[in-house]
Design a protein. Structure first.
Length: 205
């Protein structure tokens, strides 16, 4: 498992709620934890490793290397967006790109942990920022979509460069064709089954 880079189609594919926390999901979270620590990230969403599931990890304290301090967030719903703050943000799917992004200062998070226990907390500061960035990922929204026009212009060369490298890797057969990736994403969604509720309770199996 690897972190996928822009413009990999998994980054734009809406993630489905997790219905069953089975061995595959546990293995996915295990691998995501490894990658988050290896890349010194603050957060990582399942679509960033090619899995269209509503799961993200967050570690607002980067100094904290203990995997036990990484929070696993399943089927998150954010509400009560309050205040606004502009801070530098990066994303593991956009290596080397940092821009100021405006986000709410505090948000309320409702979600589940991997054991299916409900999480209901008001987040602030870096934690609120990471939760907003990662929840966006689950809806196919990327931080470039939140940039001001000026920041987007300033990022153009970096984005062109990422696109060029991605297409190059595809031409060399290192990354499958987009149609093949999208078929795989659809298959992974069907493995979780259809869920209608926006806040689904995952069942541990
Ligand atoms: Zn990101």
């Amino acid at each position: 498992m690897e972190i996928v880079h822009y413009p990999h189609p998994a980054l734009r594919f809406p993630a489905c709620p997790v219905r069953r926390v089975d061995e595959n999901i546990r293995q996915l979270v295990h691998e995501m934890t490894r990658l988050l620590l290896e890349h010194h990230g603050l957060g990582l969403a399942a679509p960033q490793v090619g899995y269209p599931y509503q799961i993200f990890l967050m570690r607002p304290d980067r100094a904290q290397e203990d995997p036990g301090n990484i929070q696993v967030i399943v089927n998150p719903v954010l509400s009560e967006f309050r205040g606004s703050a502009e801070e530098d943000e990066g994303c593991l799917s956009f290596p080397g790109l940092y821009q100021k992004i405006r986000r709410a200062k505090t948000v309320h998070l409702r979600a589940f942990d991997l054991e299916g226990r409900e999480i209901a907390r008001t987040l602030s500061g870096l934690e609120a920022r990471v939760a907003q960035h990662e929840t966006d990922h689950l809806h196919g929204i990327l931080f470039i979509d939140r940039m001001t026009e000026a920041a987007r212009l300033a990022s153009r060369d970096a984005l062109d460069d990422l696109t060029r490298r991605y297409r190059d890797a595809q031409r060399r057969g290192k990354i499958p064709r987009d149609e093949v990736i999208i078929e795989r994403l659809k298959e992974l969604v069907s493995q979780q089954g259809a869920v209608t509720a926006s806040l689904a309770t995952p069942q541990a199996v």
